[in-house]
Design a protein around this ligand. Structure first.
Ligand code: ARG
Length: 465
């Protein structure tokens, strides 16, 4: 047991209490952030005359050495320490002596841990952003190649109207674009540095909080020291945004599982992304899509669990807040894996255009267009709806599609029909004539694809700056 406190205690901590209280097993992944924060803190303390230049140099060299040794695997983070903050400080003091003991001047583990988590989240949001961007690139590639790949659009999982694969995938492009924007918003809102808040009430040292905020790449310092050490809103927001990413991935996975089924065969998942059965040799299972769908529950669980942890906590810091780390780390890891795997899966998936088109043709997806044809010939829509309903019933009895009816059969049900009905209800016409912005017609789709491309390209330029 190695701890940063003990002066006012007369007894050793119970071993089980020590273990229950410790967070080193999971907060050790904040080592880099903890060191970054300490270097900024020491730099600021020296500028303010709280540390001498020599002390500062010794501290920074010591911390840099610890960082390098941990990175290289020369220094193991020992679980005999309570948490990562204790480990770094004790190792520093062991290595450089007296100046190490001065590092914690004007600081508490409460503002330290608040800082570490913010640094971690700011970095991870950028990684998540990159992964979402790669997914959007893959989706846009599929859209560009499938402007005239017809497929049924569904409502209630019943064939509704024909759309294109580009249009269907475009719906997910919008969802993941919004996910990115949510993460950007969270990062901008949380971009304030809590360092200097101390345990809860600031400190009596002449800290320059603007300087530490600037050194650590924050837009500025937080404005209330009690809020600084007890704010975990940004983690709730992050878990919520990650849950939404998972919800979108899960919906798409569900569709892929359906499309990959023997009955649909709209897609074939690449061998590299499928798995077999130990007993049924014919099987090729969509396990990755199923697992991503399954892991959604786990990310939602992190959100609900941590929301519940935070409920009812009085100001300011409470140890309950240590429970923020595991759900956040787990959710971030899970979403990163799922995004990378999902992108790989769809980028290598084969779309069976023939199967999709056949399915769009059978199932009366052009029934609305047949009714629109009558409306264009002066029949009120409600009557047209009834007439086409009778056509469908007739086709169902004869086991044929609307395209397979003879003109004579059409005219028996309504004399309004002419030879041009076939052209009017062909799948190509049904899609082509949907020209409003956002519809699957080639014209609006090309416009939207252009806008999506511009969004990704401009974004790339911004990242290069
Ligand atoms: N391990 C703690 C956490 O993750 C660090 C802060 C501890 N502060 C304290 N006063 N016990 O929240």
């Amino acid at each position: 047991m190695a701890q940063l406190w003990g002066g006012r205690f007369t007894k050793e901590t119970d071993q089980m209490v020590y273990q229950f209280n410790a967070s080193i097993s999971f907060d050790q992944r904040l080592c880099e952030q903890d060191i970054r924060g300490s270097i900024a803190h020491a730099t600021m303390l020296a500028r303010q005359g709280v540390l001498t230049e020599e002390e500062k140099t010794a501290i920074i060299e010591g911390l840099t050495g610890i960082r390098e040794d941990v990175r290289a695997g020369r220094l193991a983070i020992s679980d005999t320490f309570e948490d990562i903050h204790s480990f770094v400080e004790a190792t520093l003091t062991e290595r450089i002596g007296e100046p190490g003991k001065k590092l914690h001047t004007g600081r508490s583990r409460n503002d330290q841990v608040a800082l570490d988590m913010k640094l971690y989240v700011k970095d991870e949001i950028l990684v998540l952003d990159g992964l979402l961007r790669e997914l959007l690139q893959a989706l846009l590639g599929i859209m560009e190649e499938n402007l005239d790949t017809y497929m049924p659009g569904f409502t209630h999982l019943q064939k509704a109207q024909p759309v294109t694969l580009a249009h269907h995938v475009g719906a997910y492009f919008e969802m993941f674009r919004r996910d990115r924007s949510r993460l950007h918003d969270i990062r901008a809102r949380m971009d304030t540095c809590p360092l200097g808040a101390g345990a809860l009430a600031g400190t009596t040292y002449p800290l320059d909080r603007d300087l530490t905020a600037e050194l650590l790449g924050f837009a500025g310092p937080t404005l209330n020291s009690m809020d600084s050490v007890s704010d975990r809103d940004y983690l709730i927001e992050l878990l919520s945004a990650l849950s939404t990413v998972m919800m979108h991935l899960s919906r798409f996975c569900e569709e892929i599982i359906i499309w990959n089924s023997n009955e649909y065969q709209f897609v074939e998942i690449d061998d590299a992304y499928s798995t077999g059965s130990s007993i049924m040799p014919q099987k090729k299972n969509p396990d990755i899509a199923e697992l991503i769908r399954g892991k959604t529950g786990r990310v939602y669980g992190s959100l609900m669990g941590f929301l519940t942890t935070m409920k009812g906590l009085p100001l300011a810091y409470n140890k309950d807040m240590q429970e923020d780390k595991e759900p956040v780390f787990d959710a971030v890891d899970t979403v990163k894996d799922c995004l990378a795997l999902f992108t790989g899966m769809i980028a290598t998936m084969t779309f069976r255009e023939d199967r999709m088109e056949d399915s769009a043709k059978n199932g009366f997806t052009n029934a609305t267009d047949a009714a629109d044809y009558l409306v264009n010939h002066g029949v009120p829509f409600r009557d047209a709806h009834g007439i086409v309903g009778r056509l469908v019933l007739y086709c169902l009895e004869k086991k044929i599609s609307l395209d397979e009816m003879s003109l004579e059969e059409y005219r028996k049900i309504s004399p309004v029909f002419e030879e041009d009905i076939y052209e009017a209800i062909s799948m190509q016409t049904c899609v082509k004539r949907r020209t409003t912005l956002g519809a699957p017609g080639e014209e609006p789709m090309k416009k939207v694809i252009g806008l999506c491309r511009k969004y990704l390209d401009e974004d790339q330029d911004r990242r290069r700056d």
